[in-house]
Design a binder for this molecule. Structure first.
Ligand code: ZN
Length: 470
């Protein structure tokens, strides 16, 4: 398996620390809100990476944290506490918010066929580990106390910018600049390990520490949680590209200062999902979630296919037009699989040969688009039906598109009628949108009336047009 390693800026063959085994870590969500589909693009591609490794025969152990404390609205430790913000917004406690959005996250993942990592650990479970690591960093002189908080001293490192990018302006993308500088910091990029005295007097979650009652900074959790479950040497660390700085840079700084040796060999970063206005975020534009896509009649796996069709190292632009094309491609794909004849017996030699081809193609820096092309090659081939199905089932372990389920579904006229209706309604809604864009309001009204005749009512909401049967 080869991946692009952000640390060396090269595509490299993965050489695990222990032969045949992969210790893998993923930065989990901050559970103060729903995940938007841009975040989920990262989790889909990381899921494919994990499954490709397993497909190639590696024994993978994957760990993920859940951030339920310490993540401020700026990744550089300033602004408002995200969990507190969520709790205030919904008049709930921080723990209620954490529980609700953790469940929502895994429910979205399940809909997208994203496997739950082997270990999932909330940050609030590991306070003792955080305190221990901070104590060692203080002892070793990598940390200091100022204004009663504990900070990591980035000036103690020969090379803080491990990802090689020295252009701070570029690095600070994603870090809001409308937040005030923390005057306790000795160096601009020093970061908080432990907040004792902070502006959040009403911080709900706080713990005793050698430095007073307080709570951990955001970055420390990933270092501690990964070491707790994977030990001192890690093979692959994953995350979205916006985690590269400052989060992953800080994780490496504190982990390697604590350990006194190299920590993780390969860094896997998934690029942004953009909308037509630029980077997608929770703070601007339509807030795109899996539930929103479902409410518009899309199968979540259409979005998975959308993500798989492009390379994870390229920014991907989301639009409903592109998603519609993908929905139609997915439908055609399922129909092709469904049309495979029940004939012959499985040719194990062929299954193995095609397995190896897929491992080689997708194993080359997670080239999922080429993997899908190979899937079409299987469909087009003159292999017998039983062998085709066996190969498709094998590939679908990685692709996660429920391809064989299409064959299991017994002919249910209602559900196929439903699919037709959804396609028709979505088409008419798109047509109405075009008409409105062209200021042809008469035509737009006509389409709305036609839909109403069919028993479909439209509602224009801030998230776009929703429809329901009346
Ligand atoms: Zn992390």
């Amino acid at each position: 398996m080869k991946i692009y390693n952000t640390l060396t800026r090269n595509v490299e063959q993965i050489k695990p620390n222990v032969e045949g085994k992969i210790a893998m870590y993923t930065c989990g969500p901050t559970v103060y809100h729903f995940a938007h589909i841009g975040n989920l693009r990262s989790y889909i591609m990381e899921d494919v990476l994990e499954k490709t490794l397993r497909f190639e025969g590696y024994d993978v152990k994957r760990v993920m944290n859940i951030t339920d404390v310490g993540h401020l609205s700026s990744d550089a430790d300033s602004g408002e506490d995200k969990m507190l913000k969520g709790a205030k917004r919904e008049h709930k406690t921080v723990m209620e918010i954490a529980k609700f959005y953790t469940d929502a996250f895994f429910s979205d993942c399940a809909k997208l066929n994203i496997k739950t990592p082997d270990v999932v650990e909330p940050a609030t479970n590991c306070i003792d580990e955080f305190i221990h690591m901070i104590e060692v960093l203080l002892e070793k002189g990598y940390a200091y106390q100022a204004g009663e908080n504990i900070y990591f001293d980035t000036s103690k490192l020969k090379n803080y910018y491990v990802f090689g990018n020295q252009n701070e302006d570029e690095l600070m993308v994603g870090v809001r600049d409308d937040v005030t500088e923390d005057e306790n910091k000795r160096n601009k990029n020093d970061f908080v390990l432990w907040f004792t005295k902070s502006k959040f007097e009403d911080q709900a979650l706080k713990w005793d520490s050698p430095w007073g009652v307080g709570y951990p900074g955001w970055h420390i959790e990933c270092s501690c949680i990964s070491m707790k479950h994977l030990g001192e040497y890690m093979d692959i660390h994953c995350g979205g590209i916006d985690n590269m700085f400052p989060h992953h840079t800080n994780e490496i700084a504190q982990s390697e200062s604590y350990l006194g040796h190299k920590w993780c060999n390969y860094w896997f970063h998934v690029h942004h999902l953009n909308d037509e206005t630029g980077k997608m975020s929770k703070s601007k534009g339509e807030f795109l979630t899996v539930s929103l896509l479902e409410s518009k009649g899309y199968n979540p796996l259409v979005y998975r296919l959308f993500a798989l069709q492009s390379h994870y190292r390229k920014p991907l632009t989301f639009s409903y037009d592109a998603l519609d094309q993908c929905a139609s491609a997915y439908k055609k794909l399922l129909n092709k699989v469904k049309a495979i004849k029940d004939e012959g017996s499985v040719d194990d030699g062929e299954v193995k040969a095609w397995h190896n081809k897929f491992a080689e193609i997708v194993g080359n820096d997670v080239n999922t688009a080429m993997g899908i092309t190979l899937l079409y090659d299987v469909l087009k081939s003159d292999l017998n039906g039983a062998t085709k199905k066996a190969i498709i089932g094998d590939y679908d372990y990685v692709l996660g598109l429920d391809l064989l389920k299409a064959c299991e579904v017994t002919e249910d006229s209602n559900s196929s009628e439903d699919a037709e209706l959804v396609a028709l309604v979505e088409g008419m809604i798109a047509e109405r949108k075009e008409a409105k864009k062209a200021k042809d309001f008469a035509k737009a009204d006509e389409i709305r009336a036609k839909l109403l005749d069919m028993g479909i009512a439209l509602e224009d909401t801030r998230e776009g047009v929703k429809w329901k049967r009346v």
